[in-house]
Design a binder for this molecule. Structure first.
Ligand code: PMV
Length: 316
């Protein structure tokens, strides 16, 4: 039996960090994906490989003990939790391929988790609907990370654009013009650390930081209305405001801000951190000047152009 599934990466357009405090957020699937392939094996161990990040692990399929490990353990925690709850104890070979690096705030762990759960169901000739898949994948993220909003796993499951408000996931069908340029720092983002930094700031200055979080929520609500009305030019301006607010609560860095301003100076309509910040990625929204913005960012950092993707999880 050979089962293959893939799921998209995502960018957060508005509302990161504030979403942890029950404010709304908007995220969108992009045309970069994580692909998971599962085959049966005659070996005694379950073999997990992701050549893109130099990961090779052999796992005891009954005890889940790691018998051999090459590369960083990080993503294995998600894979092991998925295997524990969605597979029997037979050895299998799992091959993962990634189109963007792990840990840059583009949701690779959620994409891998969603694709792996889908591929395992297919392997066992079982059907799982998207609502259950999204929920199960979020449960895995919660187990591994301790805290996580359902945003990443919902976008990786459903694709398209998601508005998350009061734990409700609304699927938006925008006809967005233009494209997003993503640029990222060599150092990965540390979501747990940045979420706890914001929590400490909020405890220290409850009125000030509380108001900033409320304002990020209002920016997101306004952006949601504009996106639905197709007023994309104003989106850029709101992205800039959102970035300034994120900067004010300490989740930018001089390098991220440099990237954000380089993109704006090269003609982006708007640019901001995407994801947890501290390090990791920025996004720049362009209707015109895409190549100029891309080349400007590329001259100093890793950068690529990306499009929205309607596709969520796919069984191949
Ligand atoms: O960097 P990412 O993709 O893990 O995004 C983090 C977004 C936060 O709002 C900071 C945390 C969360 O769980 O929503």
């Amino acid at each position: 039996m050979h089962s293959v599934a893939s799921a998209p990466n995502k960018i957060i357009l508005f509302g990161e960090h504030a979403v942890v405090y029950k404010k709304p957020a908007i995220a969108v699937a992009i045309n970069k994906r994580a692909k998971v392939s599962i085959k049966n094996t005659k070996k005694d161990s379950t073999i997990i490989k992701c050549n893109d990040i130099g990961l090779h692990a052999n796992i005891n399929p009954k005890t889940y003990n790691i018998e051999f490990l090459e590369g960083k353990k990080g993503i294995l925690n998600y894979i092991l939790e998925v295997l524990k709850s969605h597979h029997d104890n037979s050895p299998i070979k799992i091959d993962i391929s990634l189109e963007v690096p792990l840990g840059i705030g583009l949701g690779s762990s959620a994409a891998i988790t969603v694709a792996l759960i889908a591929a395992l169901h297919n392997y066992h000739e079982k059907v799982i609907d998207k609502s259950s898949l999204s929920k199960k994948a979020h449960e895995i993220e919660l187990k591994v990370q301790g805290a996580a909003s359902p945003l990443d796993t919902a976008v990786s499951t459903y694709g398209g654009m998601i508005y998350l408000k009061d734990s409700n996931i609304e699927y938006i069908k925008p006809n967005i013009e233009g494209s997003f340029i993503v640029a990222y720092t060599p150092k990965p983002a540390d979501t747990k650390k940045m979420v706890s930094l914001v929590k400490k700031k909020l405890e220290k200055y409850p009125n000030i930081v509380g108001n900033i979080i409320d304002t990020i929520g209002n920016v997101t609500k306004t952006a949601y209305e504009l996106i639905k009305e197709g007023k994309f030019e104003k989106i850029g301006e709101l992205m800039n405001i959102n970035h300034g607010l994120l900067d004010s609560i300490g989740v930018s860095s001089s390098e991220l801000s440099q990237m954000v301003y380089s993109a704006r100076n090269a003609g982006a309509l708007g640019s901001k951190i995407t994801g947890a910040g501290g390090s990791g990625s920025i996004i720049a929204y362009c209707i015109n000047n895409e190549d100029k913005v891309l080349n400007t960012l590329k001259s100093q950092w890793d950068a690529f152009k990306t499009k929205f993707s309607k596709d969520g999880v796919i069984i191949h």
